[in-house]
Write a protein that binds this ligand. Structure first.
Ligand code: NAP
Length: 314
């Protein structure tokens, strides 16, 4: 007897893209299974208040938003499994997906594994994630009205986030490890012309200061990358903008990615080059990276998967 379990739709990832795909696929009677991965709910579960997701006038916490999305998907017949996909084979149909030793086949696979913000990797930073250390200015900038913040990075993301944060913060210190930005000329000029931004060149963060139980971040120990000297500076929040890494490792033998590792889909579509395999959300989007755009993309993927199955059944 075969251990193979066949599904109409397998959804890999459980952020807004994956769960929205699950809601739509479940409502189309496709009984999707969602492999939630090692961070059920995705990046939003590391965010406190979400105030820009339409429909929640008073805001909602990231974990609560993902919880209601999951419940909504399950209510219509989606199966959510706290399991991590370890291997895939998209070389023939049906497609194969493994969770450890367990093997599944599927007519369609929706990849919604998201992207992970890069962090510096400091224990002090890890401890204060969600307590003043953030990697999303759009999500958390609003909480720093009239406060002082650090933005770390020298690429377009850091330049953009520094500018965005000046709408709220009284002062933005842009911390860059070199003496020249990687970001584009126009963005560099915009930041350098902004009187609320001060660039701290040749600087890195050595230690983030503060305790989660005592109000979170209070400052950081900064290190000069040329002289090695350290000094302390007080701030209320620290925004990491040193890049994102799309979670595509398990698919790399089958799917095309761009230079920065994001999955490539067809224009105005979530279809990849492989029939029946779709990609939605941050794993294919390095531009918008919002919960609402990921959710919209998840909806598209489910509709496209449904259409693919219907056409195949003829
Ligand atoms: P990025 O271009 O890779 O820049 C990352 C920055 O973080 C670099 O300046 C890098 O320093 C710094 N960094 C990396 N690791 C670090 C570490 N461990 N410690 C300290 N600093 C570190 O990433 P991105 O800014 O997120 O941009 C990604 C892509 O999206 C780019 O192609 C960008 O043009 C695009 N993007 C475009 C826009 C826009 O056009 N509006 C906005 C955002 C992003 P070094 O420079 O020293 O390597």
């Amino acid at each position: 007897m075969s251990d193979l379990i066949h599904k109409n739709v397998i959804i890999i990832g459980s952020g807004p893209a994956g769960l929205t795909a699950a809601i739509y696929a479940a409502r189309a009677n496709l009984s999707p299974v969602i492999f939630e991965g090692d961070q059920p709910g995705g990046q939003l579960t590391t965010t406190n208040d979400v105030e820009n997701y339409p429909g929640f006038e008073d805001g909602i916490t990231g974990p609560d938003l993902m919880d209601v999305m999951r419940k909504q998907a399950v209510r219509f017949g989606a199966e959510a499994k706290f399991e991590y996909v370890t291997k895939v084979d998209f070389s023939a149909t049906p497609h194969h997906v493994w969770v450890g030793n367990k093997e599944y086949t599927a007519d369609t696979v929706i990849i919604a594994t998201g992207a992970s913000a890069k962090y510096l990797g400091l224990p002090s930073e890890e401890k204060l994630k969600g307590f003043g250390v953030s990697a999303c200015a759009t999500c958390d900038g609003f909480f720093y009205r009239d406060k002082e913040v650090f933005v770390v990075g020298g690429g377009d993301s850091a330049l953009e986030e520094a500018g965005f944060l000046t709408k709220f913060a009284s002062k933005v210190y842009l911390i860059h490890r070199r003496d020249e930005f990687r970001g584009s000329k126009i963005m560099r000029k915009r930041v350098l012309d902004n009187p609320k931004v001060e660039v701290l060149w040749n600087t890195t963060i050595d230690t983030v200061l503060g305790e989660p139980a005592q109000g979170g971040v209070v400052g950081a120990i900064l290190k000069d990358t040329v002289t090695g000297e350290t000094r302390e500076q007080a701030v209320d929040g620290i925004f990491m903008a040193i890049g994102h890494k799309p979670n595509t490792e398990v698919f790399k033998d089958f799917l095309k990615t761009d230079d920065t590792g994001y999955l490539i889909t067809k224009p105005d579509s979530t279809a990849t080059d492989i029939p029946g395999v779709f990609a939605a959300g941050d794993v294919r989007d390095h531009v918008y990276r919002q919960a609402i755009t990921a959710a919209g993309n998840g909806c598209m993927a489910a509709l496209e998967a449904e259409r693919y199955i219907t056409e195949k059944e003829g």
